[in-house]
Design a protein around this ligand. Structure first.
Ligand code: ADP
Ligand code: MG
Length: 240
């Protein structure tokens, strides 16, 4: 579903991605872990063409990511992204937030978009908040709306960049449980997270990034219980 071949990315003088190779199968859940500054967000952003790679190749669901508007449009529709900051539209109700892109981008009818939005709100456990404005919601509720909004585009892949990092600890669980359910339904997911217990529990594969490269990867039980790289051992020592 996702193929990344030897990608490089610099910002000015700073080389942030230094030859990343990655392939993710349909239905696979991959967790990206690593210290701050290791290039995790940049890698995710490249997968969605929010950043353009300097070298290397990315193919998403058979479509190569390169400078062509049709390709980029197609990719953006297939790949949903959820960020640490929820970025809901403040002047729209929860329901309107979820309906917006399907109407504007997919040209769905209001009726159709509303039915989808209601179904998704139900899925994330917020049916009763349809007509509320985002500022009235807790962070955990806002993030669940952001997930529903991404799902409304019917993506084949979901990318999550530290989706629970901005939340109070007691609100983390409700967001992770929505993500876990998505994983169980077979969504292809790449998740940057500091929630090691979640990565261990839900991911099929964990990738440890350090300094712009994939330092180590493997099944969660291998990687967490038998890390090989000294850098990973020391990282795990700090975060677990
Ligand atoms: P992570 O998500 O693992 O913390 P990032 O991908 O955000 O790492 O950042 C990796 C490095 O790239 C950092 O040193 C960061 O300062 C730098 N960086 C990220 N985005 C930009 C940007 N738009 N311009 C300049 N430097 C950036
Ligand atoms: Mg980041």
């Amino acid at each position: 579903m996702i193929q990344v071949e030897n990608i490089f990315k610099s910002f000015g003088e700073v080389e942030v991605l230094k030859g990343i190779n990655l392939s993710v199968q349909a239905g696979e859940v991959v967790s990206l872990i690593g210290s701050s500054g290791s290039g995790k967000s940049t890698l995710l952003r490249c997968l969605n063409y929010l950043e353009k790679v300097d070298r290397g190749k990315i193919v998403i669901d058979g479509i190569e990511l390169k400078e062509s508007h049709t390709n980029i449009g197609k990719i953006r529709r297939e790949v949903g992204m959820v960020f640490q900051q929820f970025n809901l539209f403040p002047h729209m109700t929860v329901l309107e937030n979820i309906m917006e892109a399907p109407i504007q981008v997919l040209k769905k009818s209001r009726q159709d978009a509303m039915e989808t939005a209601q179904r998704l709100l139900d899925k994330v456990g917020l049916s009763d908040k349809a007509h509320v404005y985002p500022r009235k919601l807790s962070g955990g509720q806002q993030q669940r709306v952001a997930i529903a909004r991404a799902l409304a585009m019917n993506p084949k892949i979901m990318l999550f960049d530290e989706p629970t990092s901005a939340l109070d600890p007691e609100l983390v669980g409700e967001v992770l449980s929505v993500m876990k359910e998505l994983a169980q339904e077979g969504m292809t997911m790449v998740i940057v997270t500091h929630e090691m217990a979640f990565a261990r529990d839900v991911a099929h594969r964990v990738i440890y990034m350090h300094n712009g490269i994939i330092e180590e990867e493997g099944k969660p039980e291998e990687l967490f219980n038998h890390p090989k790289s000294e850098k990973l051992k020391s990282f795990l020592g700090r975060v677990i």
